[in-house]
Write a protein that binds this ligand. Structure first.
Ligand SMILES: Cc1cc2nc3c(=O)[nH]c(=O)nc-3n(C[C@H](O)[C@H](O)[C@H](O)COP(=O)(O)O)c2cc1C
Length: 349
């Protein structure tokens, strides 16, 4: 059992069963979740010798923000079900570690409170059928200090492991809170379908978001093919985030680790490529960066850290991943994350 499995078990024991199931949830038969974890674990690193590794550099620039670590925190809804303060606790740990926080459209925390943590943050956008509500959220996030937008373009389809797995079907508790950055009147005005994800999105939504946010860079989250990466970049995306939504989108999807090289080959010379889904260890992070990712985003381990230990729990997860990354780089003979190359990675024999 890994240290991540241990905190996951600790979190499960503390949470209502429907919350624990929602955090662990995956699409279809869970193939993409399982294979997504295995894909990183099956990569092998090619160490090199006789390099000065007295100091190890891990700082990178992500869409104009300098962060001390390439391990960022993915946007996740329902953090208030792990701890009532939700992203406020996550954000404090992120600020302490010089990382960056993704903030979900569905967050149960007000933007001003996210900003108060001192963590740099990106606002994750789900474009809703009522676009005027999306526009208001984006404007409010920009005003509150979001550094960029992460436009999520995949549709989640969680397999119903337990009845009530979708938060909208949860019992009425504070942990169910979401979309709190819209007013009650705005939520009311949305009508029966207004809050649902728009199903008519095309790449021109990227330009629209840039415009309504007053020029924030847009990273497109959920890209898994070179062709789509090209369409996003041609439409003005500043970054693409290779992601299977943590195996929550399509059970039989290709994994992020498999998709990353073709996306980097297509657009890596023009924009930042980021990756998430299934990263659980420092050697996974090193492999992802070697394959061309600027940074990785981590989801569930952070949520389990939050549920089991609050801000300190998140801090422990970020510290452990950072320490493992530094150790891996030293063992590889690489003094700075910027020096990692695709040739540093091999497939399992
Ligand atoms: C409980 C949970 C809630 C999530 N909520 C969102 C969300 O609101 N918006 C979004 O773009 N991605 C969401 N995601 C996906 C994450 O941003 C990220 O892509 C994924 O968790 C990465 O995989 P990992 O959990 O294996 O690290 C969520 C993931 C989980 C586990």
């Amino acid at each position: 059992m890994t240290w991540v499995d241990e905190i996951a078990e600790r979190a499960d024991a503390l949470l209502p069963a429907y919350v624990a199931a929602y955090y662990r949830g995956s699409a279809g038969g869970g193939e993409c979740l399982r294979e997504g974890l295995a894909a990183w674990e099956d990569l092998r690193l090619r160490p090199s010798v006789l390099h000065d590794t007295t100091t190890i550099g891990t700082a990178v620039d992500v869409l104009g923000t300098r962060v001390r670590t390439p391990v960022l925190v993915a946007p996740m809804a329902q953090q208030v079900a792990a701890r009532p303060e939700g992203e406020v606790l996550t954000g404090r740990a992120v600020a302490e570690h010089g990382s960056l926080l993704g903030v979900s459209t569905n967050t149960g925390v007000h933007f001003a409170d996210v900003a108060g943590t001192g963590a740099p943050w990106w606002y994750q956008v789900y474009v809703m059928q009522d676009r005027s509500l999306t526009q208001r959220l984006v404007e409010r996030a920009a005003t509150a200090g979001a550094r960029a937008l992460a436009l999520t373009v995949d549709t989640t389809a969680l397999a119903p492991a337990l009845p009530g797995i979708e938060p909208t079907e949860w019992p009425d508790t504070p942990g169910k809170a979401r979309l709190v950055n819209l007013t009650a009147a705005e939520l009311e005005s949305a009508g029966p379908h207004g809050l649902r994800s728009a199903e008519d999105l095309t790449p021109d939504v990227i330009g629209w978001l840039r415009e309504v946010s007053g020029g924030l860079p847009v990273a497109v989250k959920g890209v898994l093919t070179a062709r789509d990466a090209r369409r996003c970049v041609d439409a003005g995306a500043a970054a693409v985030l290779v992601s299977t939504h943590g195996g929550r989108r399509l059970g039989t999807s290709v994994t992020s680790a498999a998709a990353l090289p073709e996306v980097v080959a297509e657009v890596g010379g023009e924009v930042e490529v980021h990756v998430d889904s299934g990263l659980r260890a420092g050697h996974h992070v090193a492999a992802a960066l070697a394959l061309g990712a600027r940074a990785v985003h981590v989801g569930r381990p952070v949520m389990w850290g939050l549920a089991s230990g609050g801000s300190e729990g998140v801090s422990a997860v970020l510290q452990r991943l950072h320490d493992e990354l530094v150790t891996t780089l030293r063992q590889m003979g690489v003094g700075d994350v910027a020096d990692l190359r695709p040739a540093d990675v091999a497939r399992k024999p």
